[in-house]
Write a protein that binds this ligand. Structure first.
Ligand SMILES: *Cc1c(COP(=O)(O)O)cnc(C)c1O
Length: 371
């Protein structure tokens, strides 16, 4: 298959450098977008074609657009880090590309070749490289997504899709000092059921989770924790992040049962934990285990992980019946060690021995805004 060549039509008037620097000083999360986006069209007849880098802007949408009605859409999230010497590198983008294919398959959508996914990200990063924050811990968050562009109300898989990559400078989801989050365990609602779409990164899973998140907030908690749909017994995920349980030097994360999102941060931390001499395994953890092992002190730490926020300690748990503290309620030693190990690889202060970082652009001393 030949890959579409990305035609460049850059903005004639990108945001002035002064205003861009203002944004970069305090970017928030997902509030600001760079000057450009990449779009690639798919149709049943022509396959992937019409790849373009164009100014960031609204997309026209028909009221009968199939995505608005039947939610045929998938997305990804990955970060580009500025490294010592000026290189801009993405963390494991091929893994995001492969997961994007898996999500698309589940939602009856066409699969974008891995190389095209990466090339689209790379084109955008090269064009908008001045938007990659230099503040430590900040990064450029890439949001590739795909949705049905065909119109009609008949229920079926669409025959036209648009793939888009946009980019947003970010300081991380839970920015600032490391504050452990409190969680509310949802026992009335589920995020995903066996055979469903829980392993796909699709908007519908998020829509299904928002009520649980709102209930967590009403309970005074930061985040919602999901249990399995069948027994309402096994811990699955926290909001849109994977969970790890630390028993002394041993770390455990729920196995990929098909109802969890296979996080790339999760996979990376399993590897890093072993590199650091920890025992690391995938196993089932029940809500009852969590409560009992916290009480008897064998469970020393719990943390959540994902691209947007990195590694986040979980300090306390609340259910309809009780509440308890994890460890001493403060960020744990193993949590912080893994958090730093991951950040060091991403920021370039530790060696990337596994080839996780993929260079997408060089800034060097060249002026930004030109390739
Ligand atoms: C994206 C996501 C994660 C985290 O995946 P990463 O690849 O680590 O960013 C975890 N759970 C859900 C539901 C997600 O959508």
């Amino acid at each position: 298959m030949t890959l579409p060549v990305i035609e460049r039509k850059p903005a004639s008037r990108p945001l002035p450098a002064e205003q861009r620097e203002e944004v970069l000083a305090s970017p928030g999360f997902g509030d600001h977008f760079t000057d450009h986006m990449v779009t690639i069209t798919w149709t049943e007849d022509a396959g992937w074609h019409r790849a373009r880098l164009v100014p960031y802007g609204p997309l026209p949408i028909d009221p009968a657009n199939l995505t608005l009605h039947y939610a045929q859409t998938v997305f990804e999230g990955l970060k580009v880090h500025r490294r010592p010497g000026g290189a801009l590198a993405a963390f494991r983008p091929e893994d995001n590309a492969r997961r994007f294919q898996a999500s698309a398959r589940r939602m009856a959508m066409p699969e974008l070749p891995v190389e095209t996914f990466v090339a689209a990200c790379e084109a955008l990063v090269q064009q908008d490289r001045a938007w990659v924050p230099s503040h430590p811990g900040h990064a450029l968050y890439l949001r590739p997504f795909m949705f049905a562009t065909e119109s009609g109300l008949g229920v079926r898989a669409a025959r036209e899709f648009l793939f888009v990559v946009i980019a947003s400078p970010t300081e991380g989801y839970f920015a600032g000092e490391i504050r452990p989050v409190s969680v509310w365990v949802a026992e009335d609602h589920v995020r995903a059921a066996p055979g469903g779409t829980g392993a796909a990164k699709t908007g519908a899973n998020y829509a299904a989770s928002l009520m649980g998140q709102a209930q967590a907030a009403a309970q005074g908690c930061d985040q919602v924790v999901w249990l399995d749909a069948l027994e309402r017994r096994w811990v699955e995920e926290m909001g849109a992040m994977n969970l790890f349980f630390v028993y002394g030097e041993r770390v455990v994360t729920p196995g990929l049962t098909g109802t969890l999102l296979p996080g790339i941060t999760r996979a990376s931390l399993l590897t890093l934990a072993r590199d650091l001499g920890h025992e690391a395994e995938e196993a089932r953890i029940s809500l009852q285990d969590w409560r009992r092992d916290s009480a008897d002190g064998s469970l020393t730490e719990v943390f959540a992980c994902g691209t947007a926020a990195g590694v986040v300690p979980v300090g306390s748990v609340k259910t309809a019946h009780d509440r308890w503290t994890v460890g001493d309620g403060r960020p744990g030693r193993v949590t912080m060690r893994l958090r730093e190990a991951l950040r060091a690889i991403q920021s370039g202060t530790a060696a990337d021995t596994r080839g996780w970082m993929r260079e997408m652009a060089q800034t060097g001393h060249r002026a930004p805004g030109r390739s």
